[in-house]
Ligand binder design. Structure first.
Ligand SMILES: [Zn+2]
Length: 102
């Protein structure tokens, strides 16, 4: 699956990926310098079944536990992501998604 970062219409970074994507799915994005990073799909903005354009949140490394392992929004555990807006760890569903003009 080819995935690359792309700038969204609202100025945030998102990803463009082959095939269909699902909210909550983690995708590995290869960067031009050869490294890669893992991001979580927070919203599928557009897809035609072959290519999907998605809003993303950065995945939190498993060894990063400085803020504990509960969601900053609802206080429960589970798979957390870092909210791009305030940097707190939350469930992707609890993140304050940026206002979208889509
Ligand atoms: Zn939560």
């Amino acid at each position: 699956m080819a995935t690359s970062f792309t700038k969204l219409k609202n100025g945030d970074w998102g990803v463009r990926t082959d095939g269909s994507a699902a909210v909550g799915q983690s995708v590995v994005v290869a960067k031009r310098d050869g490294s890669s990073s893992t991001v979580i799909v927070t919203k599928v903005l557009w897809t035609d079944g072959k290519v999907s354009l998605c809003a993303i949140s950065r995945a939190v490394p498993k060894n990063n536990s400085r803020n504990g392992s509960v969601c900053a929004e609802c206080g429960r555990g589970g798979p957390l992501v870092t909210d791009l807006e305030d940097g707190l760890r939350k469930h992707y569903r609890c993140c304050d998604l940026p206002p979208s003009g889509y």
